[in-house]
Design a protein around this ligand. Sequence first.
Ligand code: ZN
Ligand code: ZN
Ligand code: FE
Length: 761
Amino acid sequence: MTSRHRHRVVIRGIVQGVGFRPAMHRHAASLGLAGFVGNDGAGVFVEVEGELSKIDAFVEGLAAAAPPLAVIDDVAVTELAAGGAEGFRIVDSDTSASTTTLVAPDIAPCDDCLAELLDPADRRYRYPFVNCTNCGPRYSIVRSVPYDRATTTMAGFVMCAGCAAEYEDPSDRRFHAEPTCCPACGPSLTLRTRDAVLGAGDVIGELVARLREGSIAAVKGLGGYHLACDARNEEAVASLRSRKDREEKPFALLVGSVEEARAIADVSAVEADLLVDPARPIVLLARRVDAGVAPSVAPRNGSLGAMLAPTPLHVLLVEAFGGPLVLTSGNRSSEPIVTDDDDAIERLDGIADVFCTHDRPIHVRVDDSVTRVVGDRQIVIRRARGLAPRPARVLARFPRHTLACGAQLKSTVCLGRDDVAFVSQHLGDLENHETYLAFRQAVDHLGALFGVDPMVVAHDLHPDMASTAHAQDLAAAEGLDLVGVQHHHAHIASCLADNEADGPVIGLAFDGLGLGVDGTLWGGEVLHADLARAARLGHLASVPMPGGDMAVREPWRMALAHLAGVLEADALAVTDVFERNRERWDAVASMVRSGVNAPLTSSVGRLFDAVAAIVGVRDEVTYEGQAAIELEQAVDLTESGSYPVAISADGPFLVDTGPIVRGVADDVRAGVAAPTVAGRFHNAVVDLMVAAARRARETTGLATVALSGGVFQNALLLARAVPALSGCGFEVLTHRRFPANDGGISLGQAVVVAGRDRVDA
Ligand code: ZN
Ligand code: ZN
Ligand code: FE
């Protein structure tokens, strides 16, 4: 008789609420092993007994046997005495332990659920809330932990006998699927206007009929309400724009399939994979000339944001409609997306003609995620539904539970403990009071979900950010340590964390604006950075920002500031940008000369603005980043020319942008086409990066470059900069799972705290 062995296997990560125990049950049974599997505060534990070779095969095959939504962080195996166990059981959860369950993101319907949804013989045929352990709502419905039906917004729905039987059967796909339900026992749809319920019968059919007539509908999704209308109906889309008070920022589209996406945009293989990813992000695609969508969907924009149905409700909707639908956040202009039903009626009345709602409450507001592809890789522009709150493993263990309050415009918060960082979903602009409240809720909710009780709180150096004020208040009220982290150090640290690296590196932090340690506004920084420290090796030469914030909204002001440094008055007076803005030119020019109301900035984002205006792409913007986005889209991809880059001799070195701006202005005056100039400018920025990195390598000996900051959402720039730097012998770190923009700042702040704690220890 072969000798029996018994091993205990402890698995940590996202292993609860994702069907992990039944998967382990099947895995052990297939190998003929005895024992049991259960949940506890740390994750999932398995005890397997049998032949040693079978136990080894169990551990080796564990990752492959895990269910699709699971994320395994760590597997620990210990040996026990064999006890003559027979059969394999799933044991009850030990909920007494201090639970640090990792809650999974919300996930689109799996293939099995989709098949049921479309099978007339199935009891969940056309049921918009079908889900199982492999898919469905998670983060948006969890009120507290341990993750259990009673702690979700499904608590109010009592399972029918059929659902309960599936829920209790370890061999069933719905074993302990907490949000499981069916038409007999689960939530249902209602179609209504502000004042009247229109029906609960064929809600989708009725909704589609109204959308075809050109109505605008509010549709309750996973993490909030959307506004929907026929993407081919210009009148409907234009009226949505005016009712929502949104000028030109593009709307996203819901499409039925990858093929439908291909009808409106170019879709590469990587982009197709991203569209069908269970997270169902919005993917920014290059629009086809014959896209056939209404001009108001994305005015003056060469790309279209498309997503496949994120829920069974959307599957039914887009299938019945049979064409692309605008699906944009249900809010007014800068307000956060609406989640509460009464609130939706109240706030979206006047925008939506009709409301498609349901009775499963949304506990956590989560916007759609936005991604795009650079080369063969995705970059995340907005990290939210489907991606948050998936944790990041960090190299620098957090010696203390840490809270980082992030920045202001694309706010996120980050909580850290042990070796994991939990970054919240995109919260939005904290200037809005509702968003600020959501920010405070996110701090409390994530802390409770993941068992983080902060002892230290990190913030940006900018005193006017609401996140900074909140950190200061919290530190004062609860006696926490307070750590200020410079904005661009946080950017580079977030890129390090994203790559599970800890430096030191040469950090190129190129973005809009962030407060520097010298009190000026930074944004074109070459840093010598690791997690604990950052030193400014060099930067773009500073120029005035005439009118401060006004210069952000009006790129022509940055054109004036940059041109004033390189052109004589008479040459300036014959530029197109001067011609277009001559009436307001002198007042702004005197701000530049006097320095009054003209703070200095080294920002690369503002340089893009200046060039966009000089080239004639855009003098004023209606949303953040618009000028740079349109300049990127204007580029003639075949253009290989560039402009000269000048770097001063002494350190900290200065990158003089004068020759670039002069080159742009000379070309424009000589009548060179805008796409050519835009192409040469992008190439010049790549040259500038390479020159700055080489200079930094000479003084530091470092050969790794980390790229972070909002400028690196520019796919063209990133796609050209990475090979250019690699070609010069640099290892290049770029963002992968977290945004290069300010959405990544909280993660960066948190790991800087960890890095400093480690140095101090
Ligand atoms: Zn499913
Ligand atoms: Zn049921
Ligand atoms: Fe930034």
